[in-house]
Write a protein that binds this ligand. Structure first.
Ligand SMILES: [Zn+2]
Length: 323
């Protein structure tokens, strides 16, 4: 089996229909909830709509929104924002270039907002677009209906981390710690509230897509984020949590790398690590129980990604190059 273009597209399609959704009873997809005064968390319906989570931050005269979502998620979020505040959204921060985080960009700029991102996000868009937009337009009505030939890149980018927005009422810090999920992964930290928004570099559940990633470097990125000592972690997929989300996510990639490395050392090949069972791929390597929150439908692809990184000594995102 190969890590082919069709495989990648299948995974993107699966992002919209992840069968294994963590058995959380507190999940309230497509609703906005105030978690601290002036900070709202909107959990996107990943399973049915492919939406990411959004975080809304109240400033003195305006709002900052984390992630632009897919177009349908952008519209739903805009409607929810109007329910909780009459202030305008001034900034929308793309945590990375993936469609469920950036394809709603033009909806927000049309509404008067400035889209903002670490410069790596714009670079990733140059690398992967317009191919992915055009594929998404075939699969998603909300993308097709925008009648754009490609994603609208962020209007403003920064290259020095952290980039800070402060208006006297609140301080918001935007960080880049290196290549984990993508080459543009942005984190948002509120130092006073000790809140960290992680995008897809840290998720709560089996949602780690590694196709554009750097598995070997991922734990280092999460460790850098841990040094901020946030007490509340707001991921882009799955529910909010505490610092255990950071340590768990870091440990997941450490264990994945360790298990695959050990198998390679024993002379096992990719065909031994990922097997075809009917039309499903099944991974034969096992990870310890303490990281099982992150093990799900993407696991065979994660094992394959780790195997390729280890055997070719290059980030999987570089090996695949968007194919
Ligand atoms: Zn992503």
């Amino acid at each position: 089996m190969r890590f082919s273009r069709s495989w990648l597209l299948a995974v993107f399609a699966a992002l919209g229909s992840v069968a294994f959704f963590a058995s959380r009873t507190d999940a309230q997809p497509e609703t906005i909830k105030e978690i601290l005064p002036g900070i709202w968390f909107r959990e996107g319906d990943l399973k049915n709509l492919g939406h990411c989570n959004n975080i809304l931050i109240d400033m003195k005269d305006y709002l900052i929104l984390i992630d632009a979502n897919f177009p349908s998620g952008a519209r739903a979020t805009l409607a929810d924002v109007k329910k909780v505040s009459s202030k305008p959204i001034k900034y929308v921060f793309d945590t990375h270039h993936h469609g469920d985080h950036s394809y709603g960009n033009s909806i927000f700029t049309a509404a008067g907002a400035t889209t903002l991102a670490y410069k790596g996000v714009a670079e990733e868009m140059k690398r992967y677009e317009p191919g992915r937009w055009q594929q998404a337009a075939k699969e998603r009505k909300d993308v097709a209906e925008l009648n754009q030939s490609t994603v609208e890149p962020p209007k403003q980018t920064f290259d020095k981390s952290p980039y800070v927005i402060s208006d006297g009422s609140r301080r918001v810090e935007f960080y880049f710690f290196g290549w984990a999920h993508t080459r543009g992964d942005g984190f948002v930290f509120l130092p006073k509230e000790q809140i960290l928004c992680t995008g897809d570099a840290v998720v709560n559940g089996p949602y780690n897509f590694v196709g554009d990633g750097n598995i070997g470097n991922w734990p280092r990125v999460v460790r850098a984020a841990e040094r901020l000592k946030a007490t509340r972690i707001l991921p882009a997929h799955g529910g909010p949590g505490g610092p255990e989300l950071l340590t768990g996510q870091e440990q997941f990639f450490i264990e994945l790398d360790k298990a695959v490395r050990a198998a390679v050392k024993k002379g096992q090949r990719l065909e031994d690590l990922v097997k075809k069972e009917g039309d499903k791929q099944v991974a034969t390597v096992r990870l310890p129980d303490n990281v099982k929150n992150w093990v799900g439908d993407f696991y065979p692809a994660q094992v394959e990604g780790a195997y390729k990184e280890i055997s070719q000594n290059k980030p999987i995102g570089e090996i695949l190059g968007g194919k």
